[in-house]
Design a protein around this ligand. Sequence first.
Ligand code: NDP
Ligand code: GDR
Length: 372
Amino acid sequence: MKKALITGITGQDGSYLAEFLLEKGYEVHGIKRRASSFNTQRVDHIYQDPHIENARFKLHYGDLTDSSNLTRIISEVQPDEVYNLGAQSHVAVSFESPEYTADVDAMGTLRLLEAIRFLGLEKKTRFYQASTSELYGLVQEIPQRETTPFYPRSPYAVAKLYAYWITVNYREAYGMYACNGILFNHESPRRGETFVTRKITRGLANIAQGLESCLYMGNMDALRDWGHAKDYVKMQWLMLQQEQAEDFVIATGVQYSVRQFIEWSAAELGISLRFEGHGTDEVGIVTAIQGNNTPALKEGDVIVRVDPRYFRPAEVETLLGDPTKARERLGWVPEITVQEMCREMVATDLQEAKRHALLKKHGFAIPVSTEN
Ligand code: NDP
Ligand code: GDR
């Protein structure tokens, strides 16, 4: 039985990858951080009681900032594959906490690679690094492919640049099977609530149900190449099953604006929107309502506004990936379109909003977090 170790198992990708590897028959180990409250919601459905015989899902306390802990876990597990998905992954937050982001995202990757080498596992353990389209930042070529020069635009992207190159370096220096998946944005109903797609689907579902009144956005002109996380974790595995380690761009090859994603999400709820004004004065106004998902709304309501607080000190305006190499060499094509993904995300968030609204109606209001 193959053993995999996933850092970031409690995150969006970690949870889908763990499901995928368990289905493939792997023994799956994951590193979770100590927190003051439960933080395993995304993997609770696959949790296995460690007391049962032959449990194939095991969590270890750890942190990417802690070398001795990482070395001990790798020594205990002796993994065939390590997937380094753990990261301070929020670009805007990396401007607030640049040093911590570098420690986790850049040095954390080095710590893992060194642990594998130090333990003499460099010929046994295959290593996947969660690299990112943010490396392209101020884009030097459209679309972006494996050979496009990097130009990172945030402390997050600069940290990930180090992680990218140290992965290449350990492959070249020590003959390790180590590779980078340069993944473009991928989302799902499990996406963190403060990333733009989830903020939109959750925010609009809450507005439709009368739990919030307005969605405050940053740069709605930003263009992204969005795919579904479920499609993308398959690639992470596939990249470790080749004869030779190589780096791959994973993307859909289509881009849309943040504003378009707002329009689709609103339409899924039966809301037609008109955008008016420019820059920080731009607003989204309800022009028509269909169906019965929006008891709290009426035509003319302003439900989208711009708050400069969400602008970034340096922005990545446009990203568009060219996944030709992945398609030709690994036979990979994304199965879920961005519109299907949007529908799934809105449906999930609407269900949750309806639950909250019902509780509120009967006097059992649970506060809905709107901090984002
Ligand atoms: P998430 O933010 O959902 O998950 C990040 C994970 O990393 C969580 O499990 C988090 O733990 C964990 N983590 C954070 N800090 C530490 C630390 N100090 N030590 C150990 N673990 C830590 O990210 P995604 O699942 O979306 O992304 C997975 C990886 O892929 C990340 O590295 C991200 O940068 C990268 N990436 C993501 C893309 C995307 O569009 N989703 C695109 C390209 C790359 P906790 O739950 O406790 O916070
Ligand atoms: P990104 O994702 O920065 O691309 O990083 P995010 O969803 O945060 O932003 C995408 C674009 O939307 C614009 N935007 C807003 N973003 C947020 N979060 N909140 C807002 O209110 C808002 N308004 C507009 C942003 O400015 C940006 O242009 C994600 C992360 O998952 C990274 O870890 C990963 O490496 C990259 O995707 C690929």
